[in-house]
Design a protein around this ligand. Sequence first.
Ligand SMILES: Nc1ncnc2c1ncn2[C@@H]1O[C@H](COP(=O)(O)OP(=O)(O)OP(=O)(O)O)[C@@H](O)[C@H]1O
Length: 237
Amino acid sequence: MTTTEQRTNILEFKGVSAGYGGVTVCRDVNLTVRPGEVVALIGANGAGKTTTMRTAVGELTPISGQARALGQTRRASLPQLAKRGLSYVTEERSMIMTLTAAENLRLAGVSADAACVIFPDLRPLLRRQAGLLSGGEQQMLTLARALARKPRLLLADELSLGLAPQIVSRLLAVVRSAATSDGVGVLLVEQHVRQVLEVADRVYVMRRGRVIREGTATEIAADLESVQRAYLMGDSD
Ligand SMILES: Nc1ncnc2c1ncn2[C@@H]1O[C@H](COP(=O)(O)OP(=O)(O)OP(=O)(O)O)[C@@H](O)[C@H]1O
């Protein structure tokens, strides 16, 4: 990756407000993601993290401001962004549960070998129905499928929801490595704040629809108790 590429934002929000049916949920959000960096978006339930992600991937249109992914100057849909190199993964199990792991990969145009390079543990599971995989295995498959497509921008919304800490670490380590080794820009929404701070470069903290703090992961980690007390305890405080 050249220095110029590293400096270019592959995701950029300028004063973005967004919401549902005319009701504004996120207000004046400014954020950036550059190639090769892992950026975490943290905040209490209902803070507006998913709304921000859905705006970034073109599922929601900003009420005002500008949301630009992968250099698009006009609003683009998720399929258009996917063609340009966006992968979007969420906590929802997105596999077809009656198909095998290998069939799910094939359906996405991803080779089983490429997926197994990312998570070797998938190899013995390829012929198993996706619906019979554990939650952690399903998310390994989801992440392997997303990364094997060699995206330029990965948006992951609570990929590890409800999973054991050990598997959360493994998923996050693979995300970190995709950023470091392949230059993927990553925006991560995670409830596992301590773990995400270990892999993130920068962090945005949201509360009541606004970004109320940003910093390097090191800065936020050094001040984690007050961040958690002030911002993550619940939006009704
Ligand atoms: N489809 C929708 N229609 C109307 N309001 C919505 C919709 N989805 C979310 N909201 C509201 O928008 C606000 C922000 O929700 P959002 O899902 O973005 O928060 P979040 O930070 O991702 O929360 P969580 O951590 O609980 O997933 C909440 O008040 C929520 O009720």
